[in-house]
Structures are given as structure tokens and as C-alpha cells.
Design a protein. Structure first.
Length: 416
């Protein structure tokens, strides 16, 4: 083996996610780390960045992952284990725990994965957050809403990406939307017998902060402002990351961020914390034990130059993250949907003529013959395309995304 390659830390990565949304992470990490992957199928695009891989019967079963990791560790010692897939972060923590690696605290990760446990831990430490009650039935939800006062939020205990989240203003709306919150799921989501949280409505604007946590020290490196659409549902239709966002200097916000991590006992790893900025101050919505999705870390990389993949790999291997910005730009993403349910696409494309230089990526997600719907039926899987932009100011970034949106051309018919 090349000695230079051998000196690089050996990092185990569990799954990757879609190439469009995660390849930039692998590209960065692969330069400084020897990557071994656990997958449930043979790798494809990942082979350019990895040194080895194991195809397992399941990457969702903790026992299977731990057994494979122990076998690999005996022959090629593992320095860290990393996962940014929500469905597998808890199982990955079992690997780290079994091998004595950073992030190997299953209870810590579960306090982030289980939104009710998050609320309980934050409440015990007095961290500002919306009041929250765990409910089992629609009658329980109605009783909880009467205590919290309308409007309230119905929120699945196990989901991510705002799936199943809905604001209701009355008992009638709660009954109408109960099934949406209670039954929304994805194939790899965990199952809880009691599934729904009824929460106080926190009025304001929502942000997310991706942080690298090393030995209890929380280092935020990407702050995104969310764009929410399709009310009363909380569909995330865009994000804006400004490397010079004044909120990064907000001492109250940074204290709430640090206190939230202390409350859930998060000592080492990467987190994606969602916070509502209200008239009464910041309130924590949730903490996720992974990098943000929706291209948010990519936007942070483009805006500041601080590399999220290398930060995640460093803390996974027990190393202090290098988060040195080399620019001050603004990055944005916007997602696009059809207008009617059960729309059958004939074509989706961007007209790429006369686009401003700030337009960064134009990505088509669906092809001809696909049937799709807007939220709430479509949720994030209903997106037909997205665009990213990088500019010097928020206004210029939004203007470039406006042009990109107008450049999207799709033709379709409604299924009969």
C-alpha cells in the first residue's frame, strides 16, 4: 500500500444517500480519509472515492452492522464511523459504541432521533422550546390542543424533513389532519407505539444550524434560513445560507444552541439543529444527529468554503474539525413542484440560455412518464427539479433563483 495513503485515517461510512445530494461530501472526504463503506448493494458512483466496501444483508440492522464492523476492525482498524442517513444514524452509533469510537453513545443519538425524548431532555434543562405533549389518539390530541391553545402543530415522532407536520387552528382541522400526522411514514422509519406530538405553535421564522461537536464544544459552520410553503403544511421549498449572516453573531441564539446540545448530552459528532426565531427569542424545534439535507451543507460550502464533509469526518475520528472560511458568499436552493395532484409528466427541462452567472446548478429530478403531486401528497418526493445559486448578496441570490424558476419548463397531463 502507498505509505501516504496508509497514513490517512480509516473511516467507515454507512450508506451514502442519493448521488445528487451527497457526492460532494464523498469527494472531499476521499482525499484525506481511506473510506470503507457498508452498503446493501454493490457501489456504483461511490467507487471513485472509496478504498473498500462490504455489501451486507441489511444496513438497517444494528447487529449485522456491528458484526461486520468488528470483523473489519480486526484486519484494518477503524478510526471513525460516519453516517448522514437519518434512517441509519442510530444503528451507526451502535458500531461506534462497540468499537469505542467517538459518537458511540446510543442513548445520546436516540435522544435526537426520538423527538419526544428530545423534548423531554430540553425541558429538563430549561432550554426554550415549544410546549409539547405526546398523544396516542385523536381524542388525546384534542385534549392536548385545548391545554396548549390553538393554533397547534401536529408532528410525527419519528419523521424528518417536516414530513407529516401540519398546523391546525381548530378541533375540526385537527380531526381532519390527524391521519396525515399519525400515518405519514417512510419505509425505513422507526416505529413507536405512540406516534404523534401536539406542540405549541411558535410564530416566527425558522433557521437551521449545522454544527461540528468535538469534546462537548459546539462549532456552528452553516446557518440556513428556511423557506416554507404549502401552508398549513411545513414543506421546505428552499434554503438560503449567508456566510455573513448576522445571526451567527447573535449571543442569545448561540447560547440556546450550546444549551440544547448540553441538554441532550451531545458530546461528539455532527448535528443539524432547527430553531424558530420568535418575538420572545429562539426556540428549539429539533436536533438531528447528522448533517442537514436539502443541499444545505453544500450551500454552506459554497458560501464560506468551510467543508462540511471534512468536519464530519474529523469529529467522527476524534479530531478537532478545521472550519476555516475562505470566502463570504450567499448560497441558495429552491425546489419545484407541479400544480395538481396525479400529474403525469411528459417532459421536464431548464432553458439554459441567458442565465445569470450566479445560477450554480439546474437539476431535473423526474423524467417523462412519472406521476407526481404537489404537497401535501407529494412532500419532498414530489419535487420535479431544483436550482442552486451562489451570489454576493441575499437579494442577488434570490434573483438568480427567480430566473432559474422561470427557466424551468415542464409539460404534463393530469391522470384520468
Amino acid at each position: 500500500m502507498n505509505p501516504e495513503i496508509g497514513e490517512r485515517p480509516h473511516l467507515l461510512v454507512v450508506a451514502t444517500g442519493q448521488r445528487l445530494f451527497r457526492e460532494y461530501l464523498m469527494r472531499s472526504i476521499g482525499v484525506r480519509y481511506r473510506i470503507h463503506m457498508f452498503l446493501d448493494a454493490e457501489p456504483t458512483w461511490e467507487t471513485e472515492y472509496i478504498e473498500g466496501w462490504s455489501v451486507l444483508a441489511s444496513t438497517l440492522d444494528a447487529d449485522t452492522l456491528v458484526a461486520a464492523a468488528k470483523e473489519l476492525h480486526e484486519s484494518r482498524p477503524i478510526d471513525g464511523v460516519l453516517c448522514w442517513d437519518e434512517a441509519r444514524i442510530l444503528q451507526t452509533a451502535h458500531i461506534a459504541e462497540a468499537l469505542g469510537l467517538p459518537g458511540g453513545d446510543v442513548a445520546m443519538i436516540n435522544r435526537c432521533r426520538d423527538k419526544h425524548l428530545t423534548r423531554t431532555a430540553l425541558a429538563a434543562h430549561g432550554v426554550p422550546q415549544p410546549a409539547s405533549l405526546l398523544v396516542d389518539t385523536v381524542d388525546d390530541a384534542l385534549e392536548a390542543a385545548d391545554k396548549l391553545l390553538y393554533p397547534v402543530i401536529l408532528k410525527p415522532r419519528a419523521m424528518a424533513a417536516s414530513l407529516g407536520v401540519v398546523k391546525v387552528n381548530s378541533p375540526e382541522e385537527l380531526r381532519q389532519n390527524w391521519a396525515f400526522a399519525h400515518d405519514t411514514t417512510v419505509p425505513e422509519a422507526p416505529h413507536y407505539d405512540v406516534k404523534v406530538l401536539v406542540e405549541e405553535f411558535a410564530d416566527g421564522y425558522e433557521i437551521s444550524i449545522d454544527s461540528a461537536v468535538f469534546q462537548d464544544q459546539v462549532a456552528p459552520f452553516c446557518l440556513a434560513r428556511k423557506e416554507i410553503g404549502y401552508a398549513p403544511y411545513a414543506e421546505e421549498i428552499g434554503h438560503l445560507v449567508d456566510a455573513a449572516d448576522p445571526l451567527l453573531m447573535d449571543t442569545e441564539l448561540m447560547k440556546v444552541l450550546a444549551d440544547a446540545h448540553q441538554a441532550v448530552g451531545f458530546t461528539d459528532g455532527i448535528t443539524h439543529t432547527e430553531i424558530m426565531m420568535t418575538a420572545g427569542g429562539p426556540k428549539v424545534i429539533e436536533i438531528n444527529a447528522r448533517l442537514g439535507g436539502d443541499m444545505i451543507p453544500y450551500l454552506g460550502l459554497q458560501a464560506s468554503g468551510a467543508d462540511p464533509g471534512l468536519a464530519a469526518a474529523a469529529v467522527a475520528c476524534g479530531r478537532s474539525p478545521e472550519l476555516v472560511p475562505d470566502r463570504s458568499m450567499v448560497g441558495g436552493v429552491r425546489f419545484f413542484y407541479v400544480e395538481e395532484n396525479d400529474t403525469v409528466l411528459d417532459s421536464v427541462e431548464f432553458d439554459r440560455t441567458d442565465l445569470p452567472a450566479a445560477v450554480d446548478q439546474l437539476v431535473v429530478l423526474m423524467g417523462a412518464g412519472t406521476t407526481t403531486s404537489p404537497p401535501p401528497a407529494g412532500t419532498l418526493w414530489g419535487r420535479i427539479a431544483y436550482a442552486t445559486a451562489v451570489a454576493t448578496t441575499p437579494d442577488d441570490c434570490r434573483a438568480a433563483l427567480d430566473v432559474a424558476e422561470k427557466a424551468l419548463v415542464w409539460r404534463a397531463r393530469v391522470k384520468t
